[in-house]
Design a protein around this ligand. Sequence first.
Ligand code: PMP
Length: 429
Amino acid sequence: MIYKRSSELFANAKKVIPGGVNSPVRAFKAVGGDPIFIKKAKGAYIYDEDGNKYIDYINSWGPLILGHAHKPVVDAVIEKAKNGTSFGTPTEIETKIAELAVEMVPNIDKIRMVNSGTEACMSAVRLARGFTGKEKIIKFAGCYHGHSDSFLIQAGSGAMTFGTPNSPGVTQGTAKDTLLASYNDLENVKQLIENNRDQIACIIIEPVAGNMGCVPPKKGFLEGLRRLCNETGILLIFDEVMTGFRLAAGGVQERLGVNADIICFGKVIGGGLPVGAFAARKEIMDYLAPIGPVYQAGTLSGNPLAMAAGLAMLTELHKNPKIFESIDKKTEYLHQGIEKALKKNQVPHTINREGSMISVHFSEEPVTDFDSSAKAALNGIFNKFFHGMLEHGIYIAPSAFETWFISEALSYKDLDKTISAVGKVAKLL
Ligand code: PMP
């Protein structure tokens, strides 16, 4: 494929934007080469500035569960825009989306909208600290909760991709309040709680991790965290930015049957516009300003265009819950096809999947936490795999530490094409 115009655009971008991108993993720095500039997209496909077409497994890093430019979402945004783009006052649509989210997600009474997953997690932790009066938090190595200071301690996603899981600029004072645990290791969490008795406000976790590649929780792990939290008064925060409205209408709480105290959302809830949200039972949410003491705000929070996109998206999912079954089936089909192709070509691999979240780790060892994920990524196979797939018109995330995002717009023909490309690329690995 020819990427001439993309390379020219990247050269221009680098002059005025740090690294040429507004979010690091987009830069292809980890996999090598220049990033591809996308011009337009529809359904399962994206088209770049050189006219190349790709089957898309990024889907804006998760939000576009129904594919690109989904008509009800686009129409809702256009209609809304005609009446003004932002007022900074209450609007009816904010209540509409809140009502729908509260109906779809178990165990929440109230929800507050913000502009990104980062804001959702940052605000959720502040709320947990305010509510409990404790300062420390437990997070898991390899989990990513956005780029707010207290989360950039052994963070996953781009932070892991670029070898900066602990970012300069985060003060020691902040870092000392973030206690680090190992994913899927309940004993480790127990120990941390014991060593920091009565000092921990919350445990924040990706209940199915997607930012060290896909790493599902072991049986009993989430249940164990719930039990520990019940025994100690620590709040359990599920960061469902990736899993919310994807693994089920009610997210992981519904799919795996474990309840959290605070849930963070992002991605799907905004239908592809900048939206995040956090939600909990009434007693916790009423701790927020203007009725409670914990301050949290946003000029563009609940923005009409973002709410229109989000409401249209959630309405589609609510109307047609079979979508969740359908994308799970598609992902399972893909899983089996990739597995077969890699096996046939003797490529060492472990495929992790939970519902429509899937990733291929190039190692035969089980990938259950940060260390095993990092080890699988070290051998360089992923980079060859990524570029090989790209040459065949298959666009997956440019990092070994990401999940493939499956959309309902993918047809079985697209999946077969993808599996066939894996077979061809596998011969070269
Ligand atoms: N939490 C999780 C689980 C995420 O995957 C992400 C983003 N990939 C975030 C938080 C941060 O969201 P945002 O990029 O919208 O700030």
